[in-house]
Design a protein. Structure first.
Length: 310
């Protein structure tokens, strides 16, 4: 079985989409509900709808994806209405509402609205959007991260986790975990895209996308080692009641298995879900199930976090 539990909530399968990919419209979200994913997360919301950055704002790479979308989304009310209606239709199913206000005040205003609403599911508070011009991501400013969580948990009563950027230094793993451990987080989701890469078109001698002079976030296969390191480093450092959700470079059951070995309780798929569509969840579930059968594991708890060192 691919069941998993996060903050006391049960999920039939430990697979879902990553925020941003194919989850902006109610049609996208309906397709996720119909799929074999164990949950869905909605496109990161801001208080008001946003058109996002000018196009082209996404490009494919041989081993991944590249984007600077700039937070196009239908606004908080749209997603909050969707998840509340879904909870009424399917009582007991937990899903994830992603928030990415471009200021602390925007995030707090949205969280007040959610706190006062009928919504019972998870909030994934995104501290790591690299693509909005002029807005540095909170996750790379440890003091701002601490102040954000102070202000949030001062009033917010429902289960909440944070979406983190990738870290690349052991001292940074220690620093972020030390802060996160001071708060009653339900989960952390790691990693967001590897921010501000540059993709060059050799033929045309131009950048590949229009926003930010061509700079954008890297996703997909190329970022799997960075993702696994962040999953492992956080799983080793966080209080055991903070679940780690792994995201980055999952294209197969093997990739999913590796994320779980590093400590992930849930897996999110972004780039490859974009390329393959909702059928990917049945494929990866089958591949992961076959690997577990072959290795004699009956639940993901049998091997979660049990990566061996040499
Ligand atoms: C966008 C990208 C991100 O990585 C993120 O966390 C939120 C939004 C975007 O460009 O839309």
């Amino acid at each position: 079985t691919l069941e998993t539990t996060i903050a006391g909530r049960h999920f039939d399968r430990c697979l879902m989409n990553a925020a941003g990919v194919r989850c902006q419209s109610s049609r996208d979200l309906d397709a996720l509900v119909q799929s074999r994913a164990g949950a869905y997360v909605t496109k990161s919301a801001t208080p008001a709808p946003r058109p996002g950055n000018p196009s082209p704002r996404m490009a494919t790479m041989p081993h991944g994806s590249f984007n600077s979308m700039g937070l196009p989304n239908n606004g908080l009310a749209y997603y909050l209405d969707y998840v509340i209606a879904d909870e009424q239709k399917r009582p007991g199913k937990t899903n994830f509402l992603s928030l990415a206000g471009t200021s602390l005040d925007d995030n707090l205003a949205m969280l007040h609205e959610i706190n006062d609403s009928a919504y019972q599911g998870f909030v994934e508070l995104n501290l790591s959007c690299p693509n909005v011009p002029g807005h540095p991501q909170t996750g790379y400013d440890f003091e701002a991260t601490r102040q954000t969580l102070e202000a949030v948990f001062d009033f917010y009563q429902k289960p909440l986790g944070v979406k983190l950027p990738p870290y690349f230094d052991m001292a940074h793993f220690d620093a972020i975990a030390g802060i996160l451990n001071q708060f009653p987080l339900s989960f952390v989701t790691t990693i967001n895209s590897v921010g501000n890469g540059l993709l060059v078109n050799f033929e045309t001698e131009t950048v590949a996308i229009k926003p930010k002079g061509g700079f954008g976030g890297i996703g997909g296969a190329s970022i799997k080692p960075t993702a696994l390191a962040n999953v492992r480093a956080l799983a080793q450092r966080l209080n055991p009641d903070i679940a780690v959700i792994g995201v980055g470079g999952i294209m197969s059951g093997r990739d999913a298995f590796e994320h779980i070995l590093c400590g992930a309780s849930m897996l999110q798929i972004g780039t490859q879900f974009g390329y393959e569509g909702p059928a990917i969840f049945a494929r990866i579930a089958k591949e992961l199930g076959d690997i577990m059968l072959l290795k004699g594991y009956t639940s993901i708890e049998d091997f979660r976090g049990k990566l061996k060192t040499l």
